[in-house]
Design a protein around this ligand. Structure first.
Ligand SMILES: *[C@@H]1O[C@H](CO)[C@@H](O)[C@H](O)[C@H]1NC(C)=O
Ligand SMILES: *[C@@H]1O[C@H](CO)[C@@H](O)[C@H](O)[C@H]1NC(C)=O
Length: 129
């Protein structure tokens, strides 16, 4: 008797597995480039204006907490009972891009802004301005 699966059925099963893993990869939480619409003004009045689709890094990075080792607890006078490890979604590489600004009387101006080029789960930093 014939135990072999028909070729077409086997092929569609393989296809199903392939598309299923693809869909799973898309759902994996992580830290990824995320498009943002940046509007730029030359001054407070907005004499020259432009907009550009730049990138940010948005997503999820791992964090965890462990009961502290005994030596850590003892050294801290039994205050440090929990040891936390955490990472944040950050920009690992920036790139400059030129934005075209439109000014009165159809005059044009160029301005350089930063956009994210690569993202990474890394040490959490406080925001800086
Ligand atoms: C970005 O925002 C500006 C101003 O709100 C808008 O005019 C422009 O159409 C937007 N661009 C895209 C691609 O959404
Ligand atoms: C840590 O655990 C000890 C008991 O082992 C407890 O007395 C102390 O209050 C705890 N410290 C904190 C900050 O929770």
């Amino acid at each position: 008797h014939d135990m072999a699966l028909p070729k077409t059925l086997l092929f569609s099963l393989l296809l199903l597995v392939a598309t299923d893993t693809l869909a799973q990869e898309a759902r994996v939480p992580g830290c990824y480039l995320h498009p943002i619409n940046v509007t730029v003004r030359s001054d407070r009045q907005g004499t020259c204006r432009g907009s550009h689709i730049a990138h940010a890094c948005v997503g999820y990075c791992e964090s965890s907490a462990f009961p502290s080792r005994h030596s850590v607890r003892a050294a801290s006078g039994y205050q440090h009972n929990i040891t936390s490890v955490s990472q944040c979604c950050t920009i690992s590489r920036l790139r400059k891009v030129k934005v075209e600004l439109l000014c009165p009387r159809s005059r044009r101006e160029q301005l350089e802004i930063f956009t994210a080029q690569a993202c990474q789960c890394d040490m959490c930093r406080l925001s800086r301005y």
